[in-house]
Structures are given as C-alpha cells and as structure tokens.
Write a protein that binds this ligand. Structure first.
Ligand code: 13P
Ligand code: SF4
Length: 331
C-alpha cells in the first residue's frame, strides 16, 4: 500500500486506529514478522492481549517487565500491544524511539478516573506529601508524582519512603487498600478503580470455590477487598503466573483479565484454569475492552504505516521520567 503520510493521518482521525482495508490473502502473522525485521521494530505485549498477539511478542510481560524492557530497546521502533499508559511510559523512558500503539483509544479506566487538574487540586491539600502513583495513569499524573509503582513492586516502593511521611496513593483505591494492609502505612487514597477487576462477583466466586474444593483461588490486587480476603494468593500478572507454576494444586480460579489464561495454559498444560465469575453473567466483563481494542489487523496496519504514534512534549517527558526512574532504580 503506497500512501502519502497525509492520507495516513487523515484516515487515523478520531478513531484512534488506521481503517485501511487489508487485501485478502496476506498471512498477517508472517507479515508482522516481516515488518519487525524490515522496520527494525520490537513488539512488546501485555498478558491481557489476544493470544495471537502474545505469540508474536518479542517481550511479553507485566507492566514492570514491559517498562524495564522498553528502557533497553535498541531497535528503531517500539510497537506496544497494550494500553495507552503503557506505550506512553515506553516513550517517556526511551524518548528517542518511535513508539506506536495499534489503537490510541486503548485506554484504561484507572487512568481515566484521575484527571490531572482534579488530581493537582487533591494533592495541593497535602503539602509535602509523597505522591505514589500506580503506573496505570497518564503522563500528566506521573509528572505530578514522587514515585511510580506497579503491582509487582508497590510494597517495595512504599517501604522505600521514610516512616512518618504523609503518602498519597493513586489512582486505584482497591490496590491502595491492599497496600495499606501489606505495608502497615496509612495512605490517603484517590477514588479510582479498574472496571475489569471490580466486576468479579464475591458470591459467585464463593459458590464456584465450593464446586472445586481443591482449586486455589488467586486474584490480582486491583480486585475489591472482599474478593482479596478469600484469595489463597494475591499478585501481579507475573506473580500469578509464577504461583500457578510453583504451586502443587492442579486447578486454579483466576480473578484477573482472562487474557492471562493463555500464558497460564502454555506454562502448565496439565493444569486447569477457571476464570473467576463476574456479577453480570451476560457480559464478558473479565475481558478488558481497552486491551482488546488491539487486533492483529490494527497491529499490522500500525507497523506498516508507523502510526498511530505516541507523541509527548519534551517538558512532559522530563517531568514524568523522574518518578519512573526512581521506581526503576529500586531494581
Ligand atoms: P500487571 O500486569 O502489572 O499486574 O498489571 C495489570 C493491569 O491491569 C495492567 O493494566
Ligand atoms: Fe486498565 Fe483494568 Fe484494563 Fe488494566 S484491566 S488496562 S487496569 S481497565
């Protein structure tokens, strides 16, 4: 497809993705592999992506691993199969690379719950407070933060703050409550949540656990307190994966986005993984609609045309980089 860059930009419009028709015939998997070589690109993917995208990834992991991987990329272009805040983080820590995301509308309810103007007013009420933000937030929020964390390293990040300091934690109130219990630190919480992890039904999980008495119940800390209280293990996506590999149980009820089951089944083909039930039986609520906006077709088009691209001002990059660097420096 030979197109002027104006046409490519026009097609992008408000949709957030390129809508060119892909001629029938090309094997998209083979084409994406070809484009990776031709464009000197690396593909970073989160465990919540479609299985076919996960299979194509050069780096597949949780938010922390992907941020660490993005920092080290030497190739020209980072193709991010994840959500917007993840691609933005990659751009902030490796700003000389071109970073593309198959669909710019792949957002996050947690990031959306924390508008920068409101957050600025909120933190201004607590002068001198340490502002710890979960990586699931916009670059503008990161720029207002003291240090960033992910679900993998949040306890370590909070423990690194001297005792006696006032701590604000944002934007996830569920993760925040869990961390208050884990660290024993009193924190001021922003009222945000993840639509996927809040959809799990406590009652239905309890009855499912009765049906499968030998199954371990495992949950991501973005889930509500009631759900976390009955979990055998709580952890980030990589933590959950390590747990199912190392634990001797043969079946697991899994309360996180359903995309992770692909890697769980791959690592433990002999074990059984049951997605935790959600409140509304008619909806696929344990799938993140934002993550699933990325498709193989959009991925191919985005690599072919090198758009949509993540673009940030130099001053925002400089401000947002410091709290991310503080996190990465903790190891
Ligand atoms: P982790 O993979 O870092 O556990 O994050 C989960 C998540 O919700 C990403 O959006
Ligand atoms: Fe955001 Fe939740 Fe989707 Fe993760 S699963 S990207 S936290 S909405």
């Amino acid at each position: 497809m030979e197109l002027t860059s104006n046409e490519v930009t026009r097609r992008l419009g408000q949709k957030g993705y390129l809508d060119f028709e892909i001629p029938k015939g090309p094997d998209l998997v083979a084409e994406i592999k070809r484009l990776k070589k031709e464009k000197n690109a690396v593909l970073l993917a989160h465990y919540y992506q479609e299985a076919e995208i996960q299979e194509l990834a050069d780096y597949l992991g949780d938010s922390l691993y992907l941020a660490q991987a993005a920092e080290k990329v030497a190739a020209e272009m980072i193709v991010f199969a994840g959500v917007h805040f993840m691609a933005e983080t990659a751009k902030i820590i490796n700003p000389n690379k071109k970073v593309v995301l198959p669909d710019l509308n792949a957002g996050c309810s947690l990031a959306d719950s924390c508008p920068p103007e409101d957050f600025k007013k909120f933190i201004d009420q607590y002068p001198g407070a340490q502002v710890v933000t979960y990586i699931n937030c916009s670059a503008e929020i990161k720029a207002l933060s003291s240090i960033v964390c992910t679900s993998s390293n949040a306890v370590r990040v909070i423990d690194s703050i001297p005792e006696g300091e006032t701590i604000i934690f944002a934007p996830d109130k569920n993760l925040g409550r869990y961390l208050i219990k884990q660290t024993g630190r009193d924190m001021i919480l922003w009222d945000g949540s993840c639509i996927v992890h809040e959809a799990f039904s406590f009652e239905r999980i309890v009855s499912l656990a009765k049906e499968y008495p030998k199954a371990k119940f495992i949950a991501h800390p973005e889930s509500e307190s009631q759900v976390l209280e009955i979990a055998d293990y709580i952890g980030s996506t990589s933590g959950l994966l390590n747990y199912v590999q190392q634990n001797s149980a043969q079946s697991f009820i899994v309360a996180t986005e359903a995309g992770i089951l692909h890697e769980m089944k791959k690592r433990c083909p002999q074990k059984t993984f049951i997605p935790a039930p959600v409140e509304d039986e008619t909806c696929a609520c344990s799938e993140c609609a934002f993550m699933k906006l990325n498709t193989l077709e959009k991925l191919y088009l985005c690599m072919e045309h090198e758009k949509p691209e993540i673009l940030l001002s130099q001053s925002l990059i400089e401000k947002a980089k410091q709290p991310i660097r503080r996190m990465l420096n903790l190891g």
